[in-house]
Design a binder for this molecule. Structure first.
Ligand SMILES: Nc1ncnc2c1ncn2[C@@H]1O[C@H](COP(=O)(O)OP(=O)(O)OP(=O)(O)O)[C@@H](O)[C@H]1O
Ligand SMILES: [Mg+2]
Length: 398
């Protein structure tokens, strides 16, 4: 379980989260507490004007609508539903499902709050007694959290309507007085971050090259779906902790709290408050607040680098000069010999040097300083699939 301390930053970096090996609590600081009175009904999906968020309006038409995206857009094995199909839980329901949020049901802690393991009926999704039915993950907003209503709202609005094999499924929510909760499908293997950076003493095997490729391909497909849907969606918080893994290591992207609708009217970018996570956020976004679809591709490049090296994007415990993985490792990626010095030793012998070099070259392209020089996620996915096809075949036994 990882604790992340609150850190305040001023000016441009106000909303960026810090996520390093040292225990830190994340923050998104300029968020008002706006869920005090529950006057708005959760029924009408609208665009929040220039902010490119999607939000609730306080009007309550009988039919749910998503006013900014075309309905029933099907692409790349995914779907944008015309109406969200979410179960509404009471707080008492979720208390039952988690045995009163007992500490032994905690799956993890993030900037939003604590994630608990709970149980619901497989068919009706109604809360069931602990241990009966299907396991779900229940995220409960911490009362101290500064990521509040807005992110909860964004999660319900985006994830509630998106359906794709590489996006985690949101099953329902609870909004009661000060209590905001989200109920997700349970991802048995937890996050990529836990697997990649787990302590050496752990008895679990380190991720193999093949599994790492499978995971990044899944995540790339998820991002590609978001980017190519009729109304482009910019995810904005791509990082190892937001890639969750099911029992077969299929990757699913989670946490749509920072997601934004992409630019419209021929614009190349949207301008936003600067929110995200240090080490993963694209340089143009940190410098200007201009968010491009390709800003997500930069974050993907950082995760590719973490996959190759087994090292965190930011780690102040590393020798000085190596704290920031991109700054340190980028110059080493284009050279076969130098690349070998930074490849995760736990994967030795599992990949061909050609496959490693091609992955490193792709990483470099994703990390291009200029957004337009980065590949699209569709291109990234295709390259990764080709690399996966180069898999070393086990020698046939006599
Ligand atoms: N659907 C899920 N199934 C299983 N475990 C989950 C699920 N969602 C979250 N978790 C666990 O809870 C942990 C905390 O998740 P959470 O998304 O709240 O925070 P985070 O991603 O670590 O940080 P941040 O707040 O910066 O996004 C995850 O690392 C994961 O181990
Ligand atoms: Mg997360």
């Amino acid at each position: 379980m990882e604790l992340i301390h609150f850190t305040s930053f001023s000016g441009r970096f106000l909303g960026l989260k810090y996520r390093a090996s040292i225990n830190r609590r994340s923050t998104k600081v300029d968020m008002g507490n706006c869920w005090g009175s529950k006057s708005a009904e959760l029924v009408h999906w609208t665009s929040n004007g220039d902010s490119n968020d999607v939000g609730f309006s306080s009007s309550s038409p009988s039919q749910s609508q998503f006013s900014v995206a075309a309905s029933d857009d099907t692409c790349l094995n995914g779907e944008i539903l015309a109406t969200p199909n979410l179960k509404v839980y009471t707080f008492a329901d979720l208390k039952t499902a988690t045995r009163n949020f007992k500490s032994d049901t905690v799956l993890g802690i993030g900037g939003f709050g604590t994630v608990f393991k709970g149980w619901v009926d497989e068919k009706t999704l109604a809360p069931s007694k602990f241990g009966a039915g299907m396991i779900v993950a229940i995220k409960k907003l911490s009362h101290e959290s500064v990521q509040g209503f807005r992110e909860w709202q964004s999660e319900v609005n985006f994830l509630g309507r998106l359906s794709h094999p590489n996006l985690v499924k949101l099953l329902g929510y609870c909004w009661e007085d000060q209590e905001l909760l989200l109920v997700y499908e349970f991802m048995q293997k937890g996050s990529l971050e836990n697997h990649l950076f787990r302590r050496v003493s752990s008895s679990v095997e380190p991720l193999s090259w093949d599994l790492r490729l499978k995971i990044v391909i899944g995540a790339a497909r998820g991002l590609s779906f978001l980017h190519t849907s009729e109304k482009q969606i910019i995810y904005r918080d791509f990082k190892a902790s937001n890639i969750l893994l099911d029992g077969n290591f299929n990757a699913k992207i989670s946490d749509f709290g920072l997601a934004k609708l992409g630019p419209s009217g021929g614009n190349s970018h949207v301008t936003t408050r600067i929110m995200g996570t240090y080490g993963y956020a694209a340089p143009e976004y940190i410098a200007t607040g201009h968010l491009y679809v390709k800003s997500d591709v930069y974050g993907f490049g950082v995760v590719l680098l973490e996959i190759l090296t087994g090292l965190r994007a930011l780690d102040t415990k590393r020798p000085s000069g190596q704290h920031n993985l991109v700054d340190w490792a980028k110059p080493l990626l284009s050279n076969k010999k130098k690349l070998q010095t930074i490849m995760d030793a736990r994967m030795e012998g599992q990949y061909s040097s050609k496959a490693a070099l091609q992955t490193a070259q792709l990483t470099l392209k994703c990390l291009e300083p200029e957004p337009r020089n980065r590949p699209s996620m569709k291109e990234v996915t295709e390259v990764l699939e080709r690399i996966e096809a180069m898999r070393i075949k086990p020698k046939a036994s006599k």
